[in-house]
Design a protein around this ligand. Structure first.
Ligand SMILES: Cc1cc2nc3c(=O)[nH]c(=O)nc-3n(C[C@H](O)[C@H](O)[C@H](O)COP(=O)(O)OP(=O)(O)OC[C@H]3O[C@@H](n4cnc5c(N)ncnc54)[C@H](O)[C@@H]3O)c2cc1C
Ligand SMILES: NC(=O)c1ccc[n+]([C@@H]2O[C@H](COP(=O)([O-])OP(=O)(O)OC[C@H]3O[C@@H](n4cnc5c(N)ncnc54)[C@H](O)[C@@H]3O)[C@@H](O)[C@H]2O)c1
Length: 455
């Protein structure tokens, strides 16, 4: 088979990181091809951030209807069609998929449909089926691996009956009762989406709390909010088996408890998608199931780079995008740069929403000692919940370094937390002190004014 070798860069994977890198490299004048075996857009656009957030809005719309009487609105009968919501979400995903195809064309990036794998460090083969026969061989001066990750599920009897997050976006109907397994981002977000859409949700958590790694007090505030809206959160429980037929399942716990339900979502983490990539053939080193890269996203092979979830650094879309662009700027542009993985803001789109930037109280104490940090907090029911007289309370929290007065952690649980923390991240990134926060005039009435009025 003749090897086509006309490219400066071949990108494997058209998700957040791959698309950003391909377009930026093309803008710098490189001849670029991008290989994608599934739909252009990747996890974020097709089966992650975007359809998830649209479903979050769908669940919120239903909560707002519940609040209507508190504002003097008497609603007649409300017809709810979850099928219609899912149909509209999928239509929006289709629209964005087309948009991304157009962006690639406009950028002059060659699109290659199929699954790529390294045949050597100088050549990539393209197959219609992942791991199937090679139809085309391509080579380039540089390669970028941006193939993302895949959900992982524990190996227990009946696991084939369960859903992963990808499956949730293809549902037509929702069962009355769903069991969600896990305590991370996806478990908390989907537990709230499903609850908002009227499903009875039981969340099974093997540890003693939700959202390990986040500030404990914030994670507990989310737990309280989840329970308040009727999600049954079972802590320190492990699922040992799932049995039954589609739509009529039983989740068996190791302590003997059995939960009947119509569906089970396993939200038990994700892992880089390395199988069938031919990394051995290329000599690319893999460590603990992830591609090992340096600060320039370079793998153990000098002309092969990797960005995004496949490197398992920080698995978020904006990070994958910045890593992809930094690689392209450094390799094909005139201003080399590296990504700063410190001080990343992140959010969990649960209900209540959690958002955070900087160190948790626990991490700050680990680093600076108990006397090295001062904690300021405000816990209250926001004005938007005054008339309905229900709903979660907000928690706003500042972690301040005693010796410098610098705000080293800024955290929030409550309405618009992600929007608020995105802005606070600028101040924290600039090294703002508690005195800077205090000097800022409050904007009243707002939720975030509490950040500048905490004694
Ligand atoms: C349910 C869910 C919700 C999420 N919500 C958020 C959120 O709100 N905010 C946020 O920041 N992040 C969120 N994330 C994480 C975010 O989606 C990922 O961090 C991001 O998509 C990673 O980008 P990537 O480029 O590394 O990989 P991906 O976006 O996964 O793209 C990889 C692409 O490579 C393709 N591919 C794989 N192997 C090959 C091959 N051999 N040849 C060709 N193509 C290949 C895949 O088909 C895929 O299209 C969410 C993830 C999930 C699952
Ligand atoms: N809002 C966002 O930014 C967002 C949303 C979704 C996903 N993401 C990204 O995707 C990544 C993956 O999300 P995720 O929620 O799948 O992973 P996660 O790592 O956040 O959570 C996995 C959860 O599964 C639990 N778990 C693992 N194995 C288990 C087992 N055998 N039995 C029971 N529980 C088990 C873990 O204790 C943990 O609570 C996140 O880390 C994040 O980077 C981000």
């Amino acid at each position: 088979m003749a090897i086509e070798s006309t490219f400066d860069l071949i990108v494997l994977g058209a998700g957040s990181g791959g698309l950003a890198a391909a377009k930026r490299a093309a803008r710098h004048g490189a001849k670029v091809a991008i290989v994608e075996g599934d739909r252009v857009g990747g996890t974020c656009v097709i089966r992650g951030c975007v359809p998830k957030k649209l479903l979050v809005y769908g669940a919120q719309a239903r909560h707002q209807l519940n609040d209507a009487p508190a504002y003097g609105l008497t609603l007649g009968s409300v017809e709810s069609s979850v099928a219609e919501l899912f149909r509209r979400v999928r239509a929006e995903v289709d629209r964005l998929n087309h948009l991304h195809l157009g962006f690639l064309e406009k950028a002059g990036v060659a699109r290659i449909d199929g699954w790529g794998r390294f045949l050597s460090d100088q050549c990539i083969g393209i197959a219609t089926e992942r791991g199937g026969p090679i139809q085309r061989e391509l080579s380039a001066a540089h390669y970028l691996v941006a193939v993302g990750g895949r959900p992982v599920r524990p190996d227990i009897p009946g696991i084939e009956h369960t859903w992963i997050s990808d499956d949730m976006f293809n549902l037509e109907q929702l069962p009355k009762e769903v069991v969600v397994v896990g305590a991370g981002f996806i478990a908390c977000e989907f537990a709230c989406i499903l609850r908002g859409l009227g499903v009875e949700v039981t969340q099974v958590v093997r540890g003693s709390g939700l959202l390990r790694g986040f500030d404990r007090e914030l994670a507990d505030a989310v737990l309280e909010g989840l329970r308040e809206q009727g999600i049954h959160v079972l802590l320190e429980r492990t699922v040992s088996a799932v049995s039954g037929q589609p739509g009529d399942l039983t989740v068996q716990m190791s302590d003997g408890l059995a939960l009947p339900c119509g569906g089970v979502l396993m939200a038990t983490g994700r892992r880089p998608w390395l199988e069938g990539l031919g990394l051995d053939a290329a000599g690319v080193a893999v460590e603990q199931g992830r591609i090992n890269v340096d600060a320039d996203s370079r793998t153990s092979v000098a002309h092969i780079y990797a960005v995004g979830d496949v490197t398992d650094r920080v698995n978020l879309t904006p990070v994958a995008i910045d890593e992809g662009r930094a690689f392209a700027d450094s390799t094909f542009g005139t201003r080399p740069r590296q990504v700063n993985h410190d001080l990343l803001a992140s959010a969990v789109f649960s209900d209540p929403e959690l958002a955070t930037v900087g160190l948790s109280e626990e991490a700050a104490i680990d680093r600076h000692g108990v006397d090295g940090v001062v904690i300021h907090r405000a816990r209250f029911r926001s004005m938007s919940r005054a008339l309905p007289a229900t709903g979660p309370r907000c928690l706003l929290k500042l972690v301040v370094e005693t010796s410098t007065d610098r705000v080293i952690g800024c955290h929030m649980v409550g309405e618009h937390a992600a929007e608020i923390i995105q802005m606070a991240a600028i101040a924290v990134g600039m090294g703002a002190t508690k005195a800077d926060f205090d000097r800022t005039m409050a904007l009243h009435p707002s939720v975030s004014e509490e950040f500048v009025t905490m004694g």
